[in-house]
Design a binder for this molecule. Structure first.
Ligand code: ADP
Ligand code: MG
Length: 568
């Protein structure tokens, strides 16, 4: 039995756990090891769900997507130095994507690190994390844990959300203090992400620009999805009758099949629109920086809603900046248009609809082919139907052709159901996002993965099996990166972009007790995926795709430098 003295004490371990729980944090994603093994154990014993991964980057990606889906910071817990660096990639990616996340990492002894005397896993983690995330803090005294956790939470979710690093040195965990004083040192963060109302003058200015438009367009970005202002956005779009174009993770805020969706007429609306209202979308490379060929020659005016004032004018002039949170700004705009609004001309909406119909009809032919080997279109035609039948399922998507074509082909019907490579276009988010989405929502997850993309996080199929998560993975297996047909001109090795031909990824899933399928036709693919999603069992479908199908770098081949010399 504990002595009386012990009962009156608390320590760093317990204060960290109590501080997280006090702030409603119920899940930690991580990889155990020195010095945070016991922290994970104790957190689990105290009722926090602790999901252990095989690699920190995947745990970090799970935490990041948890942040995107819930508006609460996702927590990733790692060991020092290498584990920390692995998690840091996900933290930097979360920051780039504006997802709230906290990377908590145990670090070695300050005294030794600062004198560079060579400690176990020595690294000045705080200094390294700082330039790669939104904020970074270190706690040295148990009495400061409450404040440290509070600052981390507020930094992650307020304003533009992002990644926060919280450095907890090994010695902190075992520091003891009076239990009562410890309890009093904890901070419950009040109004962590306060509403930010736009100024009335900014609203008036934006409405005037919008009213002057002959060919208006709304672009919804993942900031709009994150804001969860689903009702306000729908109401604003339907009241104004302005066509909308969703960025990939904004698909489903309104269904892709909505009459005002301009998704299937993307190039037309970008070129021909005269006023563009950006809602939680940045004019970065994904929108060709708001200029050039993509945007046509006609003069264009941009209105932008963003919580980050510095985002305005980042690439082109924003004639009507609306700084504030999307819910508040769109409500203010809605109040204005309710009292008098002229819908866009039938000429504009008619031109968009004509283009949409033509594009959809053209695509439709290619989706229906039930042939062997499958190409991307015929395989995606099957998956399009699966999501139509299960619109509540979450679609995770990465790859090159697998990503670019799925984004266009698979319609989404509900907000925050499409999770993908985001702002960096990075490979490796797949299994982390799949686990995070399944844990946070309890919904079935369908992860559509290029064979190359899957390789970055494939070992987490064990994690998926261990926690028995309702995740169905489809590997578009075309034997390689981009395509599986290259050869080494010297004949010595396999080409740099080619994998072992005819690999059976389905056997990986079977190795851990999940269900594997090997399919070669769209019909088989559809049947296997439906079975996996219906059963809720971890399932992996190895879908054989013609190694010659697809194109180098998918849709972004233009970003791949070419050698002039080679071509001579
Ligand atoms: P996409 O890649 O879908 O175009 P981006 O990630 O480029 O989207 O842009 C998202 C934008 O949304 C960021 O500039 C971010 O500051 C902004 N944002 C995020 N949450 C909110 C919010 N609640 N209110 C307003 N803006 C937000
Ligand atoms: Mg491939």
């Amino acid at each position: 039995a504990a002595t009386e003295a012990e009962q009156d004490l608390t320590d760093g371990f317990h204060l960290v756990i109590d501080a997280l729980k006090l702030n409603g944090i119920d899940t930690i994603y991580g990889v155990p090891g020195i010095p945070i093994t016991d922290l994970g154990r104790m957190a689990q014993a105290e009722g926090i769900r602790v999901i252990s991964f095989r690699h920190e980057q995947n745990a970090g990606n799970a935490a990041a997507i948890a942040g995107f889906l819930t508006k609460k910071p996702g927590i990733c817990l790692t060991v020092s130095a290498p584990g920390f660096l692995n998690g840091l990639t996900a933290l930097a990616n979360a920051t780039t994507n504006c997802f709230p996340m906290i990377l908590i990492s145990g670090s070695s002894e300050r005294e030794i690190v600062d004198l560079q005397q060579g400690d176990y896993e020595e690294m000045d983690q705080l200094a390294i994390a700082k330039p790669l995330c939104k904020a970074a803090f270190r706690v040295l005294h148990a009495a400061d844990i409450g404040i440290g956790v509070a600052r981390a939470i507020r930094a992650a979710v307020s304003g533009r959300p992002g990644g926060v690093y919280l450095d907890l040195p090994a010695k902190l965990f075992s520091q003891v203090m009076d239990a009562k004083a410890g309890e009093q040192s904890l901070v419950k963060v009040i109004d962590a992400a306060p509403e930010q109302l736009p100024s009335p003058a900014a609203v008036k200015r934006a409405i005037e620009v919008l009213k002057s438009a002959k060919k208006p367009l709304i672009i919804l970005g993942k900031g709009a999805a994150y804001s969860q202002a689903d009702e306000e956005l729908r109401s604003f779009i339907e009241t104004t009758g302005i066509p909308f174009l969703p960025m990939s993770m904004a698909k489903g805020i309104l269904p892709d099949t909505h009459p005002l969706s301009a998704g299937a007429a993307r190039s037309t609306v970008l070129k021909d629109s005269d006023v563009v209202l950006l809602i939680g979308a940045r004019l970065n490379w994904l929108l060709s920086h708001g200029k050039g060929k993509t945007w046509g020659d006609a003069p264009k005016k941009f209105i932008q809603i963003d919580i980050e004032p510095k985002e305005m004018d980042s690439n082109v002039e924003i004639v009507a900046p609306l700084v504030g949170d999307i819910g508040s700004v769109v409500s203010a705009l809605l109040d204005e248009v309710k009292t008098g609004w002229q819908a866009p001309s039938a000429e504009w909406t008619g031109a968009i609809n004509a283009r949409k119909e033509a594009n959809i009809a053209k695509m439709g032919q290619r989706l229906l082919k039930n042939s062997t080997p499958m190409d991307f279109h015929s395989a995606l035609g099957a998956l399009k139907q699966v999501i139509k039948d299960r619109p509540d399922a979450i679609l995770v998507n990465e790859g090159a052709n697998t990503l670019d074509l799925a984004r266009g082909i698979i319609d989404m019907y509900e907000p925050r159901k499409r999770l993908d490579v985001g702002t960096w276009g990075v490979m490796g988010i797949g299994m982390g996002f799949a686990v995070g989405a399944a844990v946070e929502t309890g919904k079935p997850v369908l992860a559509v993965e290029g064979d190359s993309a899957f390789g970055f996080s494939g070992m987490e199929v064990e994690t998926i099996c261990r926690y028995n998560l309702p995740v169905t993975i489809v590997i578009f297996n075309n034997n390689g990166i981009y395509r599986g047909v290259d050869v080494d001109p010297t004949g010595r090795d396999p080409a740099t972009t080619v994998f072992v031909p005819d690999s059976r990824y389905d056997k990986m899933m079977e190795a851990f007790g999940g269900v594997g399928f090997h399919v070669t036709t769209p019909d088989e693919l559809k049947k296997a995926v439906e079975e996996g999603m219906k059963s809720g069992k971890p399932t992996l479908v190895n879908a054989v795709i013609d190694p010659a199908a697809g194109s180098e770098s998918g849709n972004i081949g233009s970003l791949n430098p070419q050698s002039v010399v080679k071509k001579k």
